[in-house]
Write a protein that binds this ligand. Sequence first.
Ligand SMILES: C[S@@+](CC[C@H](N)C(=O)[O-])C[C@H]1O[C@@H](n2cnc3c(N)ncnc32)[C@H](O)[C@@H]1O
Length: 298
Amino acid sequence: MKIFQENLYEQLIEDLSLYLKLEGSNVSIEEFLISLQSTQRDLWHSLQPSSVSVDYSEFKTQLCYLFRYLIIYWENIYSGLSKIDEHRKDNLFSKTAKNLRIGLFFCGPAPEIIGIINYMEERNLLVNNQSIEIDMYDQYINQWRLVRNNFIINSPRLKRLSALGFNFNSRKIDFSSPITLANPSKYSICCFQNCINEFWDRNSRIIASNLRKVASEIDIGGYIILTDRHYLQAKGKEIIAILLEQNFNLLYFDVDEIDCSRKSRIPGILSQNLFIGSDGLKATKFNRRFLCILEKDA
Ligand SMILES: C[S@@+](CC[C@H](N)C(=O)[O-])C[C@H]1O[C@@H](n2cnc3c(N)ncnc32)[C@H](O)[C@@H]1O
């Protein structure tokens, strides 16, 4: 049985039903979805290109984020890893017994985990005897814990992943102040996904210095995956310019539009109670994003 379902809407509904049961709630899934409509609308408005930041501290906002974006945001890092595999056949995951350490920056609920697992599962890499340490960083790492632990790495999945050699660590960092990383060893891969609007300020010396710090904690031959919405690529290029000065080279850069709705067809329960089609209540279909991979030379 796959660890994550192919249809991520169905997975969310199943996890929501489990969550409501655990909470001892009498509310039906339909009622709960209807109660998310106004938050979903607000989230949509605050995530338009002209807006800068969103307050993710509320559980309902976080859940709405997952309903709107999970079906597309698992794909970014998945495609990043696939591109690394295409360009470098000595793939970090498969051909080495070396343990891997992956840093997920600005991970929030961490849809990146689905991308990593799907990538490995498709290539039969989950049976490796490699241990994989995943460090999750976010300013609101603790606030996101409830959705992360119930809708991404819920306890049945965590059990399976732990048995397969995965270990998850979480750490609060605010990228606008000097950061310290949890680094008993260096990283093989660090990922910055869907966070440029939230953190990047080309005039901030602290942010540039934090970026250099992450770059210095990556092994030679390791990678940074930087990926975000297509209209943020100019800011992405400012970040790339800093990394190119830190012994990284640009292995891949492209802008793409991926139709994610084919794998995750919208179930009736969602189209009738949450994504009912009016303003701000339309399901997302396409991931219009740029994807960039930098490789550390020396
Ligand atoms: C749009 S979410 C992206 C989450 C995830 N990477 C994804 O692809 O879905 C941006 C994240 O950046 C975090 N964030 C915003 N400002 C931050 C800061 N200054 N330092 C660290 N994290 C921050 C937020 O808490 C949020 O989880």
